[in-house]
Design a binder for this molecule. Structure first.
Ligand code: NDP
Length: 341
């Protein structure tokens, strides 16, 4: 059945709230989220979690917040995206980020530098952006060329401007459950779960993938007080993976292998979040490939209670959360520079 004919979840939160209060922080979490609506009686098809619609709601809230920020402080929140090299896919990705930021009222600029830029010059550029009062958010597009020490570059970014949430200081705060700039992809997944009323408290969340950008921060967020999942993280050495994924009430697939998660790996009624973006050859498409997730969408839809599509699920949320983080970074920096009272 084509995705468009599935039952859709509500596009916007039932109770509109500002993004600030909707962010994951113990004090802002609803203690008793309503149970996720079950699939219609007699239908085995999962509900579709519409990431595009949730992302549009987040972007609209950011636009409202950015306009209020500009009104109050006489400047727009500022984002700088640094890209090394001329990889076409990366260029189009950062352009999409800059366009979305601009549309939300964020002063966004993409800084393109040659692929062979010396590491010292990249660090000097970051130091310049750290010192620039008009810049609230700095994002260095990964992966970087092999000769650059990625960890050193991430450490060089001012943690207060680290809108990717990858700086060790921010990672530490995330693990401690402190307020911080959260990595965009897992933060976007939490936002989707919250806005579609998925019950997280006491749920067993199984994450397949332990990367620093998705799997690990996802685990930290779902474990937080307020979300209160019981979390299992799996990886390539996990024994009897299917036996573990079948226990999941919430299954997050962040593997990077097309349609890896099959229907027999999913418990009936589970919420399945597909992070993967994989190119699969497809001669029927003009461009010769199609994008697919890490989940066998058609088959898993027959078993799951709810599922995110690819494209149109987690992807749009990642960009939306980058904008939300930029606004949040701007507000916090402004609050620090103009303490009240
Ligand atoms: P990584 O390659 O960094 O991590 C993949 C993880 O999957 C690793 O932990 C790896 O285990 C695990 N894995 C690989 N094979 C298996 C297996 N057979 N069984 C169990 N686990 C396995 O990927 P990322 O986390 O960066 O990205 C994952 C996917 O998500 C990719 O498709 C990527 O394109 C996509 N992505 C999408 C985003 C979005 O906005 N939608 C944002 C970021 C990523 P091990 O650690 O043992 O190697």
């Amino acid at each position: 059945m084509p995705a468009g004919t599935r039952d859709r979840l509500p596009d916007v939160p039932k109770t509109p709230r500002t993004l600030r209060t909707a962010r994951v922080h113990p004090s802002s979490l609803t203690p008793s989220l309503a149970s996720f609506p079950p699939p219609p009686t007699g239908s085995p098809m999962a509900q579709l979690i519409d990431g595009k619609a949730v992302a549009a709601a987040v972007r609209a809230e950011v636009a409202e917040g950015a306009a209020a920020f500009a009104e109050a402080h006489g400047r727009r929140p500022g984002l700088r995206v640094v890209l090394l090299g001329d990889n076409a896919a990366s260029q189009s990705y950062v352009r999409a980020k800059a366009r979305a930021a601009d549309a939300a009222g964020i002063d966004a600029e993409t800084l393109l530098r040659p692929a062979d830029l010396a590491e010292a010059d990249l660090l000097a550029l970051i130091a310049e952006l750290n010192a620039d009062p008009a810049v609230d958010g700095i994002l260095v597009q990964l992966p970087l060329p092999d000769y650059v020490d990625e960890a050193a570059v991430i450490r060089a970014i001012d943690p207060a401007k680290d809108v990717d949430g990858f700086h060790p200081e921010n990672v530490g705060k995330l693990v401690l459950g402190e307020e911080t700039l959260e990595p965009c992809t897992p933060a976007g997944i939490v936002e989707m779960l919250r806005r579609t009323d998925v019950e997280t408290s006491g749920a067993h969340a199984v994450i397949v993938g332990r990367s620093n950008i998705v799997g690990k921060p996802m685990a930290s967020l779902l474990l937080r007080r307020g979300l209160d999942c019981t979390v299992t993280v799996c990886h390539s050495r996990t024994r009897d993976l299917a036996q573990i994924t079948r226990q999941a009430d919430i299954l997050v697939a962040a593997i990077g292998r097309a349609e890896f998660v099959t229907a027999d790996m999913v418990k009936a009624g589970a919420t399945v979040i597909d992070v993967g973006i994989n190119r699969v050859e497809d001669a029927t498409r003009e461009r010769g490939y199609r994008l697919t997730g890490d989940v066998d969408f058609e088959a898993v839809s027959e078993v799951a209670g709810a599922i995110t599509p690819v494209p149109g699920g987690v992807g749009p949320m990642t960009i939306a959360m980058l904008l939300a983080n930029t606004l949040e970074a701007a507000r916090r920096r402004q609050a620090r520079s103009q303490p009240s009272g």
